[in-house]
Design a protein around this ligand. Structure first.
Ligand code: SF4
Length: 602
């Protein structure tokens, strides 16, 4: 099939063996790329292993849209069995590594085994080499990026980990280009466990598409349409930070460890303040609506901000200064720590201190201690030791009722949307296939603007539709969803892109079925790896059910547990799963996943 490089590159870091395998047309049709390829490979090859052992594998997967001259198409997916959750873990990242990987002639890289000493993988077209990383080990991601760029050129595709990944901290991510991050469920720790500091990718070829002339025409139309959109200028001013004022206005801002939905100091740090402080912009390749806003942090260094890191390292820990948030964010990027889980961990420590559950005094908004905590979490030392494995593990070790306000689902920390008054979004976090992340179904904007307080079946149907498009299609294509989400870029373009690239026409109905196949296999993976996995894994923390907001226009609001459970039951029914959330044999078989059922039942 056209539009793919067609090869999977497999490297065993233990013995240095390199192989290049053909990717079958059925794999391309059934799983498309990115997340689809990743779950199929993990299902087939990574069974019942310790995620931080050399038996685990880490996958870097692109899709047919990756690296094409199409809007926001510079993404790839990094996936592995997660050391944070024990289930399926992945994340997308916008990076030149995606562009170069396809130019080098590969759609996917699978890394297995463990290097004896610190190493990095060099991919230069046909030439593959495991190189010594002794000089890079211990360096932060900015320093290591600089050293690798000096050696291989500024335009090289570089994926790397910071000291947190080296220390196998379970909330560490993979970084690229000093600010792009991906792989929230501990993908950095998996690289660290393999003694792998980085991948450096340089490709000089081109993917052969079905109709390049058509693709070029579609690409131009797409980029032009985005720029002509009504919201484009405002997006360029604020990017995802426009969500900050929206969330505060609608009482969805994560405030004081998700206790409240509004922040008294929101006006001091919202998107309009960002506009004034903005000095530069960064983003992913192929994107004409780049969303990384650079400001000077409180030390005067450039640091990148977006809504998620401001929400989690700002109101969630009681911090009200954007330059201070920017410094924490820069530190997290240098250490290679996930900013959402980091903000949740710091919030957990602050609340534990407030409640007198730990002897240390850490007040809300304590910037000095927050900086110290970033370092301690990156090292897994001191107070950082409590939360460096995520808030689920922290609450299990601390006890004393802290499980009720450890803000995670399935072990992954909740991203920056408080759902006391958004039951549909609560269900989205509950059913997200990697744990509580918003990327699969950011249903909150639709919910708030329609029937916010209801718990009806239509809401569940909408949620599944979003999961099919966002978590199924975009994560597998792989291309950024934000043009569609944020400036209403036409969704109808994507089947046209696929046709020009592959030569095959696929309707949205086909793509929904493909998305369902991916979701079902991910679900089966969780069940196979965690035999006790079931319904209770799909529930958000007790805080949202039991502790109503004490202020703001949603004062008194909380999620109704009984009605949430009813929505969850509908969700299972619509997905063809039993009432414990396990895919039925007939559902799996109808999606072409024969034999999967036998591995998860009994
Ligand atoms: S919109 Fe932002 S996240 Fe999406 S491709 Fe552009 S820079 Fe990357």
């Amino acid at each position: 099939m056209k539009g793919y490089a067609g090869k999977l590159l497999r490297v065993n870091l233990s013995n240095g063996k390199v192989s290049k395998e053909e990717i079958s047309d059925s794999m391309k049709r059934d799983f498309l790329g990115g997340r689809g390829f990743a779950i199929k490979l993990l299902w087939d090859e990574v069974k019942k292993v310790d995620p931080l052992s050399e038996k685990n594998k880490i996958i870097f997967a692109t899709g047919p849209l990756s690296g094409q001259l199409l809007p926001s198409a510079g993404k790839m997916v990094i996936a592995s069995k997660s050391p944070l959750t024990g289930g399926y873990g992945d994340g997308n990242i916008g990076t030149m590594a995606s562009v170069h990987l396809r130019k080098a002639g590969y759609d996917v890289v699978v890394l297995e085994g463990k290097s004896e000493k610190p190493s990095y993988l060099l991919i230069e077209d046909e030439n593959i080499r495991i190189a010594d990383a002794t000089d890079l080990w211990g360096r932060n991601t900015f320093e290591a990026q600089d050293l690798l760029e000096k050696k291989y050129g500024r335009n090289s595709g570089i994926l790397l980990i910071g000291p947190a990944g080296e220390n196998q901290i379970r909330i560490s991510t993979v970084m690229s280009q000093k600010g792009r991050a991906g792989g929230r469920p501990g993908m950095g720790a998996v690289m660290g466990s393999k003694n792998l500091k980085a991948l450096v990718i340089k490709g000089t070829g081109n993917v052969s598409n079905f109709d390049d002339a058509k693709l070029k025409e579609l690409s131009k139309k797409g980029h032009d349409e985005i720029k002509a959109k009504e919201n484009y200028d405002f997006w360029m001013k604020q990017g995802t930070m426009q969500a900050f004022e929206w969330c505060n206005e609608n009482a969805c801002l994560p405030t004081y460890n998700f206790r409240e939905g509004v922040f008294d100091f929101s006006k001091e740090m919202d998107g309009y303040v960002l506009e004034k402080l903005h000095t530069d912009r960064k983003g992913c390749p192929m994107c004409n609506m780049q969303c990384g806003h650079i400001i000077k942090d409180s030390n005067g260094q450039p640091a990148e901000l977006d809504y998620e890191n401001v929400g989690m390292l700002g109101p969630n820990i009681g911090l009200k200064s954007l330059p201070q948030v920017a410094l924490l964010n820069r530190m997290a990027d240098e250490w290679g720590l996930d900013t959402i889980s980091l903000g949740s961990g710091i919030g957990f420590v602050m609340e534990a201190s407030e409640k007198g559950l730990i002897p240390e005094q850490v007040k809300w908004g304590d910037f000095e201690t927050a900086q110290k905590l970033v370092v301690e979490i990156g090292k897994g030392e001191g107070l950082g030791k409590l939360v460096c494995g995520g808030v689920k593990a922290a609450s299990e070790s601390l006890g004393k009722g802290s499980q009720k306000w450890a803000m995670h689902v399935k072990g992954l920390e909740i991203s920056a949307y408080n759902c006391h008054a958004c039951p549909g979004m609560a269900l989205s976090f509950g059913t997200s296939p990697i744990g509580a992340h918003h990327k699969d179904a950011w249903v909150i904007a639709w919910e708030v603007s329609t029937d916010r307080f209801s718990y009806n079946k239509a809401k569940v149907e909408k949620l599944i539709e979003f999961q099919r498009i966002r978590g199924g299609f975009f994560e597998s294509a792989t291309v950024c969803r934000l043009p569609w989400v944020e400036v209403s870029f036409g969704i109808h373009w994507y089947p046209e892109y696929l046709e020009a690239i592959t030569g095959e026409r696929r309707t949205w109905e086909d793509l929904y079925t493909m998305g369902d196949r991916i979701y079902n296999l991910i679900r089966a993976y969780w069940k196979r790896e965690i035999p006790e996995f079931g319904r209770k894994w799909d529930s958000p923390p007790d805080r949202w059910f039991e502790e109503p907001h004490s202020q703001g226009k949603m004062k008194g609001m909380k999620v109704d547990r009984e009605k949430y459970e009813q929505m969850l039951s509908w969700y299972y029914e619509l997905r063809g799963w039993d009432q414990n959330g396990i895919p039925r044999e007939g559902t799996l078989d109808a999606l072409g996943l024969r034999g999967v059922s036998k591995e998860i039942i009994g």
